[in-house]
Design a protein around this ligand. Sequence first.
Ligand SMILES: [Zn+2]
Length: 306
Amino acid sequence: MIEPHHAQIHPWPYFRVVGGLWQLPFRRDFPAKRYPGPVGIHVGECGQMNAWPLLVLPTLGACAGVAAWGAVSSTSQLFGPTLSHTAKPSQIALTFDDGPNPAQTAQFLRILDRYHAPATFFLIGRFARTCPELVREIASRGHGIGNHTETHANLAWLPARQIADELRGCQESIASALSAGSQAAPILMRPPFGYRGPQLFSAVHDVGLRGVAMWSLKCYEWRAQSAERLIERLRPVTERVRGASVHQDRHGGEVILLHDGDARKQGSDRRHVLVALEYWLPRWRDAGFEFVTMNEVAAGFTTGGW
Ligand SMILES: [Zn+2]
C-alpha cells in the first residue's frame, strides 16, 4: 500500500523526506491532484502528505494545554509563585471569597469567633464600598483581608495595566472602609476564578501587594448543594493530613476555598456553608488543627518557599 519509490530516507517507518519535507506516505486511492494552502497537503500519483502538521499541531496543542493548566490550576507555579498550602499539615487556612455579603458575612464571623478560628476574607472592592462596616468588623475580629479585585474580572487576558487598576480599586475600597493606618490592608490578592497569566505578577507588585494566594482544596460550594454534600467534600482535610504527615516537607496543610458571598450579587444564601462549618470547626479544633490567616501563611514562607 505504501509506495517507497519517492522516498529518500526513512527516519521513521511512517515518514519519509520528499523535497526537504517530512512526509507521510499516503494510500494511492486518490486521483492525482494538488491541494494548495498553508498546510501544503497534496495527494498525487505517489500519494504523499506533508507530515509537519502531524508533528507540530500536537506539540502546539500540548503547549496550549500546559499554558491552560498554568492559568487555571490552583497549585500551578508556571506563571509565578503562589501560596496554595500552609507550612505545616496541622495548619488550616480557611478562606472566604466574594464578600462582604450583608446577608451572611456577620454569621460567618460569629461562627469563626465561637471556635476561635481566624480566617481570611478575599473581598470584592465594589462590595466593600457598599458595606464598610463589615470590612471593619472582619478586621476588628482578627481575620485577614485579601484583595479579590474591584469588579471580580477575569484577569487571565487583561493587560497588566488593567489588572493593576482592578487591584488598586479594590485596595482603595478596603482602605477607605478601614481606619487610617490600619494594619488590615491587604498584602495578598486572589485572582477571580483562580485565572491568571504571566502578566499578573508584575501588576501585583506594581500595586504594592506581596503575592498571590490560591488554595489546595475547593468544594464547589458556590453551586447549589446540600450541607451534607459539602460536609463530605470537606472530609479530605483530615484524611489528607494523615497521609501528608509522612511527607511533611512536601505537603503542608490545606488552604480551603469557600465563599461567604457571590460575585454576581450581594445578599446570596450561604447557609449550607455555615452548616458545614458548624459541623467541621469543632472537629478540626478537637483534632488539634491550628487555624491561620493567609498573611500568617505568607510570613511562614519568607525564605521563598512559595
Ligand atoms: Zn471570586
